[in-house]
Design a protein around this ligand. Sequence first.
Ligand code: NAP
Length: 533
Amino acid sequence: MEAILKNSLARLRALRLPRVCVAVTGSDPADMVEKAEALVRDNTFIEFRLDYLPKPLLAISKIKEFLNYHPHVIAIGTCRRAANGGKFKGTAEAQLEILTKASAAGCQLVDMEMESAAKCKADKVQALRASGALILSHHDFHATKDLDKTLEKMVKIPADYYKIVSTATSLYDNVVMMKFLEQHSHQYSLIGLCMGEQGVPSRVLGVRAGSVFTFAAVSPDEKTAPGQVTAQELNSTFRIESVDAATRVYGVAGDPVAHSLSPAIMNVALRRENVNGVYVALHVKKMKDLLACIRDVPLHGLSVTMPYKQTIIEHLDNTDAHTQKIGACNTVVRAQDGKLYGFNTDAAGVVRPLEQRITIDSAKILVLGAGGAARAAVYGLKERGAEVFILNRTAEKGQKLARSAHAKSIKRADLKKYAFDVIINATPVGMGNTKDSPLNENEINARYVFDMVYDPLETKLMKMAKAKGAETIPGMEMFVHQAARQFEIWTGKPAPWDDMLRVVQVALQERANAAAKNAAPEPAVKKKSAKRA
Ligand code: NAP
């Protein structure tokens, strides 16, 4: 009876907890509380990581003061022992003493590892629950396995919440965690997620599967666990407070994928168009993991990026004729019956920005490259009646594409003989730097130069083209148009193009600013003072 009462009490509390708890660390108690102060305006759920402090007990009075001053804040006191992945070097009894004091200071919840709790007297551990709720936790820093067995062991110690944090070694581990949460969250108040870069989806989708809340970092530089996402990202980008069992899941699959801008623009589009959906980055190491995720999450729509655009095709139930011709698929739709349909929206990403500026029919267009993006451009433009020329580093590949698409292949040496309406760079040359260009200045003879490379915002090719009087089209426009088309295919709604473009512009500008800051030499004065110190 007591157990039932306790459990229902925990469930009531669970209902009132925000979805995101921000983990706060600090070099000393004042630093920790100062960081918490900076957070409280936007975050009302905070975890004090007392184990990060050299002397955790010294923080108790400051935490009490802080919580008295901010009665709306819900706080977790945590003092994880080094043996269980934390930084506290003391005994389990010393940890229990600190948590008891944190609870008395006003922390409504305290987190104690199952391993520590097992080392302490049971009545003392239960006494912790007199003034607050106990989160009994377990961390696996190597794998996601035996979750059911772990829970079975944990529930032998009565607690209000059971938290299991594992490490994702594959994309599919996210699904393992979600299935575990779905299966047991009706019986227990659970918190579950996977650490590691591959476990990022579980930090968003865990709450959809039944995790009472998830943990977030204050900033990218202050992560307390590998793969942790910032509170700002969880709240603003992923809108985690509104993710529920009915939320449709979309994603971008690639390797690497951590720097993809797709989650930023797609989540904005979903929000603007009131679609109950969330879009996550999926770091795919093996195709079979991706296919299992599409089936088991399930994913409603998928953006496919390097290196899977070609290899995904054989796993789809059907693709449109256009995608077949291009031989690359960047968009997958999962129908209600589970069947997978493939599309290629890169061609729309090339055609749409051009048709806003020129009449494509009969325009003379040079495409540099013969890879996946070039193929999408060539076929898309040929369908619109353009006269297409192809120049590729490996001449035979360019000639082959030209033959199959009824385009013309040309040699670099002959470039000077031609004037084009548009030159499109579909090679990666110029990506990530402002020094490289696929053409020399004297080879640019066109009204428009369209660079598919979108980072940096202005490439060397674009700079040279401007100097020669040509108008430029940044790769960012292609990126947004191909994404907008994906959004339309998945949702049947018009994409909020302006909002999507704005998000990408801001993100790329921030990246450019950060790169400039990192590249800037340290001021001489600062160096001197550092030496003195
Ligand atoms: P891909 O399939 O790997 O093809 C790359 C092409 O570039 C090949 O034809 C290759 O020539 C050529 N190439 C590579 N390095 C070169 C170099 N150093 N000098 C001259 N040519 C070189 O790649 P992709 O998927 O087509 O992507 C191409 C570019 O478009 C990438 O930068 C990608 O980021 C960009 N892209 C942008 C968007 C967007 O939304 N803005 C969308 C898709 C792609 P060989 O045949 O000789 O190897």
